[in-house]
Design a protein around this ligand. Structure first.
Ligand SMILES: CC(C)(COP(=O)(O)OP(=O)(O)OC[C@H]1O[C@@H](n2cnc3c(N)ncnc32)[C@H](O)[C@@H]1OP(=O)(O)O)[C@@H](O)C(=O)NCCC(=O)NCCS
Length: 150
């Protein structure tokens, strides 16, 4: 599918969009790869040093990102990332990841981005590879850690 030209922005999750963010979902086959957004928001509520944003195309929430934003350890770990099934394969994921990288570059020591992913057919591995991520060799709870220099 060709890219959708609407501008992609990362917006604060607040009263104006939280219900729309909770309503975003991936396909049934992809549910093994990412937690529901309501689960992630509950974890964010109870966690320090976390940065959450709605991924918006124009004014429409189309995805969600959650980053472990630890300026003490200077380690920036993309903990959750998803684009709603209806909005996938339009270039929104790639552009949102570039904005997440831009944010990390503004943080102290923000020269590297980390994430982990569940390997498997239909999973996000080719997407992360296309953004330059390579495996670090570490594995957490069956998830492979990968990183990219920014
Ligand atoms: C992975 C995901 C975020 C990609 O978002 P997206 O908006 O569809 O991705 P884009 O349209 O920006 O695609 C960017 C690139 O990745 C590739 N890509 C995207 N999804 C892919 C898939 N499932 N398989 C293979 N390649 C894929 C595209 O071909 C594109 O490459 P190109 O620009 O070189 O052609 C989305 O499919 C998703 O939310 N999946 C379910 C949740 C998930 O797995 N999250 C990651 C948790 S670690």
């Amino acid at each position: 599918m060709t890219d959708d030209v609407r501008p992609v922005r990362l917006q604060t999750v607040d009263d104006s969009n939280v219900r729309a963010v909770i309503a975003l979902s991936v396909t049934e086959d992809q549910e093994q790869f990412v937690a529901p957004n309501v689960h992630s928001l509950a974890e964010a509520f109870a966690t320090d040093k976390v940065w959450v944003r709605a991924i918006c195309a124009g004014e429409t929430p189309v995805g969600f990102v959650m980053l472990s934003d630890d300026t003490d350890k200077q380690r920036y770990y993309i903990w959750r990332f998803m684009i709603d099934a209806e909005y996938q394969r339009r270039g929104f994921g790639r552009r949102a990841m570039e904005l997440v990288h831009d944010y990390i570059r503004t943080r102290p020591g923000g020269t590297r981005a980390f994430l982990s992913y569940v390997p498997g057919d239909g999973g996000p591995e080719p997407f992360y590879r296309s953004l330059g991520y390579t495996d670090t060799g570490r594995v957490h709870d069956n998830e492979r850690e990968a990183a990219v220099d920014l």
